[in-house]
Structures are given as structure tokens and as C-alpha cells.
Design a protein around this ligand. Structure first.
Ligand code: NAD
Length: 430
């Protein structure tokens, strides 16, 4: 099949490379010439393990081309829209990128007489594909099919999520479109759910709302355990053995971030209001998560006055395995520390470039040890494998300074044995 993917971000480029790897001819279009220039050189514009090799592989096989020119749409069987849908200040989804991409797609399609399916992969609220995308493409005057294929990838394991999805959801406007989409996903061995377009849109939001609620409840449970002197890991391990709940997403931390969960929970809460439904839980998830992002800051504040103190931060990306800092806990912690007059030094294996643009007044270290050297306290925010050190190694790097850990990287008694001042979210601390 000839596939055209609009938007070469995390969702678009992974899909483009993934479908090319399955033998389709893929053109990837992005309006950002800088991103395209990197992609054409075989370099992904963001960090995702294994993506570079896979990208160069499909390029060498002649299966993937990238450009800023929409003419690549001509002759496509499927046009996949994977542009961003960020939050507006009121929490609703900003559809300006979707509208602009649709206008450009319609403009190209009218020069073609081939039936094409326009498939929305961006996360959009129920009704958007039919009310916004459909009418915009209709302006081309050509026959087309409309589909909605929500993306469920997790940054940090995006390629394996593409290769082995838990399920594929496809919303289709009609049988002809369904046949085309069955062809696209024919080689995938997983449950495939063909539904109507609005249902596909809602499945994505419902999935993210469930995940977000689980993280928020996990964090609140850990916070209570911390105050009650109970080890949250033992509690959550036992909770996860309940077959009705299962073991996933029960790891407490500094709150969820990234380009999806925060904005999707807000957009769904806003949508609930628009359709006349109270959704108090969705609002509470957001509030609980915002509070969690500052938990290490408040723990630290109970231990010392921050003015003039050197505070080290390990981990800036919203989670390990990505350089994405969108909505990361570090984005909440750093301004609070700076406001209190602390000097902040940070290290992250992949995300320092983007964070430097946001906080040029933070000092950036070359490795974890340099980051900790001479600090008054260290905050471990992101669970990168690089930070999985022994208590003795942390003791050597920190001396008497405390380590405040949102991810409980040390076994329960290890810190005491190494005489390390250690306080972990969910494990009895200030
Ligand atoms: P992103 O911001 O990383 O990438 C979007 C890309 O689209 C950018 O490179 C931008 O330049 C490009 N773009 C915007 N307008 C364009 C236009 N008119 N023409 C061509 N290119 C254009 O966003 P993302 O993280 O890849 O997310 C994209 C969509 O996928 C969002 O709706 C998001 O909610 C959804 N999604 C993302 C993830 C994820 O893990 N990142 C997971 C599931 C769903």
C-alpha cells in the first residue's frame, strides 16, 4: 500500500517507520523543515531506543521518504493524520494543527482521482473526525473514506508497542474504508476492534483516563503509606495480585507527565462538561497529579531552608527512555526550587537539550556523579537505568547530603546499612 503520514512527531514517525517495515511504501510529511532534514539523514528528531536503526533500515530499503511537500499525498491509499492536539488554556484540545493539515490534504487530494482513506491517528474527542476532518476533506470534491485509528504507543517502548500492540482499534465510516484498513493491519497478530468513528475516539480517551486514575490512586496510596510508616511497594505488590486489578501501573512516583495523559484527562473533563455530564473524578485526577509533582519539593522543604542551597535533580524527561519533557515533574519542581533561592544542578541522559531551552539558569552536569558532587540534597525524579546505583555509590557521591527518591531505587534497608540519608516517596519519610 502507499501510505502518507502527516506529522513526524513521536506518533507519526513511529507509525511511518513501522508501516514501512511491514512492506508498505511510506511518505512522511512534516511542516518542520528542521525535523525533515534530520529524518532524511536517517536521524530521528527525538530519542526513542532503536528508532534510528529501524529508520535507516527502511530508508535503505527504499520504503520511506520524508519531506515538507504535500504532493507526496498524490496516489496514496491511506493518509494518516498524526499532528499534535495540545491543550488550550481551558483544557480543551487545540485543533488548529488538525485543521491546517486537513486543508493541505484536501488541496492535494483534489488533484487526484484515486479513492483514498483519510485516517486520524491524532487523539481527538468524539465527533471531531466526523465534524471537523470529514467536512474539511470533502472540500476536495473527491471520493474518500474516513477512519479513526487511535495510537496507544508508550514513549520509551514505542517500537515494541507498534510491533506487538495489545489491540488495534479502527473506527470506519463505511465498508469500503473498512476493507482498506483491514489490508493495512492484516499482518498484525492481535485483537482488532472495528467500531464506529466516535467509539474509536472515545476508546482512546477512556483508556488514558483509566491509566491516569490508576497512577493518581497509586501515588495517593504511596503518600498515605509514607506517612503511616508502611512500605508502599509491598502494599501495591499485594494489590496487583488481585486478578481484578492486575500488576501494571502500580509504581508510585512524581506524577504522570508526557504529551498524552495530562492533556487527555483535561480534554475529557472539558468534553464531559460540554455534553452536560459532571465528571468530578477526572478533575480530581488532574488536581492530585499536579500536587504529586511537587511532593519531593515539599519533602525537601520540611528538611531544610532552600535559600542558597545546591539542589541536584536526577531526571528531567517525563519518564525514562525518552527525551520528551512535556509536562514532566521536573518542569514543576525546578521553578519552585529557583523561587526559593536554591541553586539547581541537573542531569538527564537524553533530555538536557530541551530543558536547557526552558531553564537556561539551571546548571547542567555531564553525568550523575558530577550532578551530585557538593550538593546539599538530591532529588531523584526519573527512573533512568543510569541512576540504578547502590546505596554505597550514592553515599560516596553525596556524603552527608540526603537523597530524596520518587522511585524507590534502593532496597528497603540498603540506605541505612550504607549510612546514606535517604527518603523515598511511599516508604516512611518526612
Ligand atoms: P508531536 O508534537 O511530537 O508531533 C506532531 C508533529 O506534527 C510535529 O512534528 C509538527 O511539526 C507536525 N505538524 C503539525 N502541524 C502540521 C501540519 N499542518 N502539517 C505537517 N506537519 C504538521 O506530537 P506527538 O506526540 O507525535 O502526538 C501527535 C498526536 O498523537 C497527538 O494527538 C497525541 O495526543 C497523539 N498520541 C501521541 C502519543 C505519544 O506518545 N507521543 C501516544 C498516543 C497518541
Amino acid at each position: 500500500m502507499k501510505i502518507c503520514v502527516i506529522g513526524a512527531g513521536y506518533a507519526g514517525l513511529v507509525s511511518a517507520v513501522g508501516f514501512a517495515g511491514r512492506g508498505h511504501d511510506v511518505a512522511c510529511i512534516d511542516k518542520d523543515a528542521g525535523k525533515i532534514s534530520k529524518i532524511t539523514k536517517g536521524l530521528p528528531p527525538f530519542f526513542e531506543a532503536g528508532l534510528g536503526e529501524r529508520l535507516r533500515g527502511v530508508q535503505n530499503a527504499g520504503r520511506l521518504e520524508a519531506g515538507t511537500d504535500y504532493s507526496a499525498i498524490q496516489g496514496a491509499d491511506i493518509v494518516i493524520l498524526a499532528v499534535g492536539t495540545p491543550s488550550l488554556p481551558d483544557g480543551s484540545a487545540d485543533l488548529s494543527h488538525v485543521r491546517a493539515a486537513c486543508a493541505a490534504v484536501a488541496d492535494e487530494l483534489k488533484r487526484s482521482d484515486k479513492f483514498a482513506v483519510v485516517a486520524v491517528r491524532s487523539t481527538v474527542l468524539p465527533g471531531t473526525t466526523e465534524k471537523v476532518v470529514g467536512p474539511a476533506i470533502e472540500k476536495s470534491g473527491v471520493r474518500f473514506g474516513l477512519a479513526m485509528v487511535p495510537e496507544f504507543l508508550r514513549e520509551g517502548s514505542a517500537l515494541s508497542d507498534f510491533d506487538k500492540p495489545d489491540r488495534i482499534v479502527v473506527g470506519c465510516s463505511d465498508d469500503k474504508t473498512k476493507t482498506v484498513m483491514e489490508g493495512l493491519y492484516g499482518s498484525f497478530d492481535c485483537p482488532k476492534l472495528f467500531v464506529d468513528i466516535r467509539t474509536a475516539e472515545m476508546i482512546k480517551y477512556a483508556s488514558n483516563a483509566f491509566l491516569a486514575s490508576r497512577i493518581a490512586l497509586t501515588n495517593e496510596t504511596a503518600n498515605i503509606c509514607q506517612k503511616a510508616g508502611v512500605d508502599a511497594d509491598e502494599v501495591l505488590k499485594a494489590v496487583g495480585m488481585d486478578a481484578r486489578l492486575g500488576p501494571h501501573f502500580l509504581v508510585p512516583g512524581s506524577g504522570f507527565g508526557g504529551s498524552c495523559l495530562p492533556k487527555d484527562v483535561s480534554a475529557l473533563a472539558r468534553h464531559a462538561q460540554e455534553v452536560g455530564e459532571d465528571a468530578p473524578l477526572l478533575h480530581a485526577i488532574h488536581e492530585s497529579n499536579q500536587k504529586q509533582k511537587l511532593r519531593l519539593f515539599h519533602m525537601l522543604g520540611r528538611m531544610m531552608h532552600l535559600k542558597g542551597k545546591k539542589i541536584a535533580i536526577l531526571g528531567l524527561s517525563f519518564k525514562a527512555g525518552t527525551d520528551d519533557i512535556r509536562e514532566s515533574p521536573a518542569l514543576s519542581l525546578i521553578p519552585k526550587l529557583l523561587e526559593e533561592g536554591a541553586h539547581v544542578r541537573a542531569f538527564d541522559p537524553e533530555a538536557m537539550g530541551s530543558m536547557r531551552d526552558v531553564f537556561p539558569n539551571v546548571e547542567y552536569a555531564n553525568d550523575w556523579e558530577e550532578c551530585l558532587s557538593g550538593c546539599d540534597a538530591a532529588l531523584l525524579v526519573t527512573a533512568w537505568p543510569e541512576f540504578q546505583k547502590s546505596a554505597a555509590e550514592y553515599k560516596e557521591a553525596l556524603g552527608a547530603a540526603p537523597l530524596l527518591d520518587s522511585r524507590r531505587i534502593l532496597p528497603p534497608n540498603a540506605a541505612a546499612e550504607a549510612n546514606l540519608a535517604y527518603h523515598a516517596i511511599g516508604r516512611g519519610a518526612p
